[in-house]
Design a protein. Sequence first.
Length: 282
Amino acid sequence: MKYLIVGANGALAQYFLKDERFSDNVALTHEELDITDDEMIADAIEKHKPNVVINCAALSNIHACEENPGSAMLVNCLGPTLIAKATKDKGIKLVHFSTASVFNGKGDGLFSEKDIPRAEYAYASTKGMGEAGIMLEGDKKDLIVRISWVFGVTSKSFVSRIPKLVKSNTELYVNNEQIAKATYAKDVVDATFKMIETDKKGVWHFTNSGETTRYEITEFVRKEFGIDELEVYPVKCDYFVEKIKQPKRNALDITRYEERFGKVRSWQDAYKEYLEELKTTQ
């Protein structure tokens, strides 16, 4: 199985490149493949002849998306749609990653694959439109995996940066109102391999198990490090002055995945491994 990994500079792509199951790959950065250029996409597919294209490219900084919605539309919507059209023409499977943010967070339960996306800000809306573009222009065998609060060594997400914040501050004020699920990038790769191997298609949800908040993760890391002098204060969403109001509850239901592949480890167990991984990179 030969893989073309798009967005190779991204944090998630780096985990695919480290996994030996994806060793037969060609990895292209944004400079090498602009996913908003249909000719470049066609040329890359013709040159490398992959069996599967894994699209890790995205504009995921929510503030950058809000300030530059046109750029967000190009990268998060047009790009995946063009890739889907090109892969369909060649009979190639596309794997694309989306986000829990396509849901508006209204309701008390978990969001399943059957729930209708209702995004309310630029990043979320453009990711949702990217999903729709793939479904419209792509093949029925394409796979869309929704993930959330992804953490990994090269990621710039808040959840990824918590260990550094815990070590470099004497007090932190952290959101304890927004509820979601965290996802270790390494586990995303493992889940993706399983879904490709079993020819899964359509929309699937994957996260580590257990709902949490950023405050809970921060406290977990503080205790793991044994840092008693750090004060971590739980605060609500309105404590922070933000232009973008993100959903207070945005947790994905992974029942479908677990029924097929077995129980997914907890975010706590995954984060412990992440902390061990960080030791090898510092």
